[in-house]
Design a protein around this ligand. Structure first.
Ligand SMILES: [Fe+2]
Ligand SMILES: [Fe+2]
Length: 375
């Protein structure tokens, strides 16, 4: 049996092996509850929403995918490549929307990963407060799976299969028994990436239904990201050099996987053949067209999803002089360091929560009738 190496600096993250249920029934455990997550758990009622209730979101809202692009043309890098110049206007719209389908399918798989990951935290975290937080996140991720599955179905029919790289990373972190791998991989990186991606979709999409959906999801995700931050605040400052290196290397590994492969044409290969193209040609032209300088330029935009990730890691102390150079190829680290703590998407999430409060607390009649129906 391989030994599990937990790196625990705060009792709230004490963990057992995933199959050790007897450890959960230890009578001393129940009373040993951290209050660190109580605020996040209680706040869940403020931002409650139900993807199947038209009071919150109506998936019947129409959008003509034959004639309109879900994401604007300038946000699709392929359109700058020579091999895309011959596409008819109609095919351009079709390609743009297949790209949107691919991205939203990846988000759907990511949400499923987040659901299973939070559920897996329930199996290993011993602190009842941390466990309640994880159970609560599981419940929220479940509604994201419902919501994105419904969006993909409404606009495209079936989701596309997960790209190899994202699929492998999600499987890795869901199955990992180590708390730090799960929290760094999911709450800090995948969730950070998702916040960036949602902010991009929210600001850029032509589809009002997607704008609404991303905002609702962000009201939840902002809290998941906070859970990662609480872990980092309570863990990173107490690490030994060796432990710090392990966590930094894990973060860099996850970051690199997401950066180099998530936007790599090979990962999207299922969508090219119907346009008479193959991923190798697209890849070759992409390498020619985009240099590191182009990437750096793109990352200056606050919503650039990878910039959000680097900022998350930097603020959490997971990037030090040892690994700084790896990231500084893409962003100006000093500039990032001097920026405030607010994350991209925080404002969008806050507006969303205000909106949800008006729905959730403006009338109690619905809740009362719901109660009597349940009697
Ligand atoms: Fe989610
Ligand atoms: Fe999440």
């Amino acid at each position: 049996m391989t030994e599990i190496r937990q790196i625990t600096k705060d009792e709230a993250y004490n963990a057992c092996a995933p199959d050790d249920f007897p450890a959960m029934m230890d009578v001393d455990r129940y009373g040993n509850r951290s209050s660190a997550f109580d605020k996040i758990i209680s706040a869940t009622h403020d931002h409650f929403w139900d993807p199947l209730d038209t009071k919150y979101i109506d998936f019947a809202e129409p959008f003509d995918t034959e004639t309109q692009m879900i994401m604007p043309e300038e946000m699709i890098p392929e359109f700058r490549l020579p091999c895309f110049q011959a596409l008819s206007e109609k095919d351009k719209v079709r390609f743009a929307n297949e790209t949107a389908r691919w991205s939203l399918s990846a988000i759907l798989h990511g949400e499923q990963g987040a659901l299973n990951l939070s559920a897996s935290l329930c199996h290993i975290l011993l602190d009842p407060g941390a466990q309640e937080y994880a159970a609560n996140q599981t419940r929220e991720e479940a509604r994201h799976v419902t919501a994105f599955a419904k969006y993909v179905e409404t606009r495209f029919g079936k989701p596309l299969p997960v790209g190899d790289t994202l699929g492998a990373l999600l499987t890795d972190i869901v199955n990992a028994p180590e708390v730090y791998k799960k929290i760094v991989g999911m709450q800090m990186l995948v969730e950070g990436l998702a916040m960036g991606a949602f902010a991009t979709l929210y600001t850029g999409s032509n589809d009002p239904l997607l704008v609404k959906l991303t905002q609702l999801v962000m009201t939840d995700e902002a809290f998941h990201h906070k859970f990662g931050k609480i872990w980092a605040d309570r863990t990173i400052p107490s690490l030994s050099e060796e432990e710090q290196n392990i966590i930094e290397d894990w973060a860099a590994h996850c970051f690199q996987t997401l950066l180099f492969n998530l936007v790599n044409p090979e990962q999207k290969k299922v969508i090219y053949p119907q346009f008479g193209l193959d991923w190798e040609t697209v890849q070759a032209e992409m390498l020619e067209a985009f240099t590191d300088d182009d990437r750096r330029e793109q990352m200056k935009e606050g919503t650039n999803i990878f910039r959000v990730l680097i900022k998350t890691l930097l603020k959490a102390g997971i990037i030090t002089d040892r690994t700084k150079d790896f990231y500084s190829t893409y962003v100006d680290m000093d500039e990032l360091k001097n920026e405030g703590d607010r994350m991209i998407g925080d404002d969008i999430a806050e507006d969303g929560i205000k909106y949800l409060k008006t729905i959730n607390f403006s009338t109690n009649e619905d809740a009362l009738s719901g109660l009597s129906a349940a009697e």
